[in-house]
Design a binder for this molecule. Structure first.
Ligand SMILES: [Fe+2]
Length: 317
């Protein structure tokens, strides 16, 4: 049986939708081209894959963002066609959670091969990202237990990506930082209730339990091949370049640059969130704390300047 995919295309003209689906299908696939109005009922035809047409705009990004949250869609891989060479479109699609982003037309002109590979990759990615999304949901649920930490991972991810773009990293690299930032504190899930709800200054025992969360997080994720690239973010985000961090007191370039970016975004968001034992730092005061820490050697000055530009540009302030 030929693989079957649905092309979801915002083009209002059904003939143009069908023409694109025919180009995609050749003789190797069965296809169905549908417009936006059919979007809610796609799962009822049980496609092997859904392909979004993003060639003329990003109208379908909200659909993509919620795709794997729906129990009806969760296991259906999502791919997208983006204009070849349009890095912004590709980055937007990846950040929206699309499993396989395909520049179109394909470079070598071999449509069948490109689509078969898209279907295989998308299926694998859907499995991987389904698992990863479960972990992100667990972390978000944990963060949501405390008003102080609500949405912390998502904010750190957004700031990290803004810094990555500011520093000229590729969309792929920014996407990796995004994933790493979302899960960087996963080890906190293992904290005892006593520590999570501890009011007042922490004693040495509670402090050491909290300090163990990078190692605990690493132990939770290690051994899963698709999550391996995220391990440095989990294990190293409390290292500081002057060697004052933990768990290993690494210095300077021993800490991967991408991890340093997530770490400084994490430090910023912590200062901008209230705590039981202190009130929130203002935008200016938080930047001053980070700049002061950089003078003491904890942060790279270039990253401090990038953070300043990022928090001014993301709307997270
Ligand atoms: Fe942490």
């Amino acid at each position: 049986m030929k693989p079957f995919f649905v092309l979801l295309d915002p083009d209002p003209d059904p003939r143009r939708r069908e023409a694109l689906a025919a180009v995609l299908a050749r003789d190797a696939f069965r296809t169905l081209a549908v417009g936006l109005e059919a979007s809610p009922s796609i799962a009822t035809v049980s496609p092997d894959m859904v392909v979004l047409n993003l060639l003329s705009g990003m109208d379908l990004i909200p659909t993509a963002e919620h795709w794997h949250e729906s129990p009806d869609h969760a296991s259906i891989p999502l791919a997208a066609l983006v204009p070849a060479g349009d890095e912004v479109a590709a980055e937007t699609a990846r950040l929206a959670g699309i499993d396989e982003v395909v520049p179109w037309p394909p470079e070598d002109g071999n449509v069948d091969r490109q689509l078969r590979s898209m279907e295989r990759h998308a299926r694998l990615q859907a499995e991987v990202s389904g698992y990863e999304k479960l972990l992100v949901t667990l972390v978000a649920a944990f963060e949501g237990r405390e008003p102080f930490t609500m949405e912390h991972g998502h904010r750190v991810a957004r700031i990290s990506v803004a810094m990555g773009s500011d520093l000229g990293f590729s969309a792929e690299t920014c996407s990796l930082m995004h994933r790493g930032a979302l899960l960087h504190d996963i080890g906190l899930l293992a904290l005892s209730d006593q520590v999570v709800h501890y009011a007042g200054a922490l004693g040495p025992e509670e402090f050491s339990e909290i300090q163990s969360h990078p190692v605990v997080g690493y132990e939770m994720l290690k051994g899963v091949p698709s999550l391996e690239p995220l391990l440095p973010f989990v294990y190293r985000h409390h290292e500081r370049i002057d060697g004052s961090g933990f768990p290993d007191g690494l210095v300077r370039s021993e800490i991967p640059l991408l991890v340093q970016i997530v770490s400084i975004a994490d430090a910023w968001d912590s200062l901008r969130s209230p705590r039981a034992y202190r009130s929130v730092f203002s935008h200016g005061a938080a930047l001053e704390v980070i700049a002061d820490e950089a003078r003491k050697g904890l942060w790279d000055n270039q990253l401090v300047r990038s953070l300043e530009r990022a928090v001014d540009g993301t709307g997270i302030s």
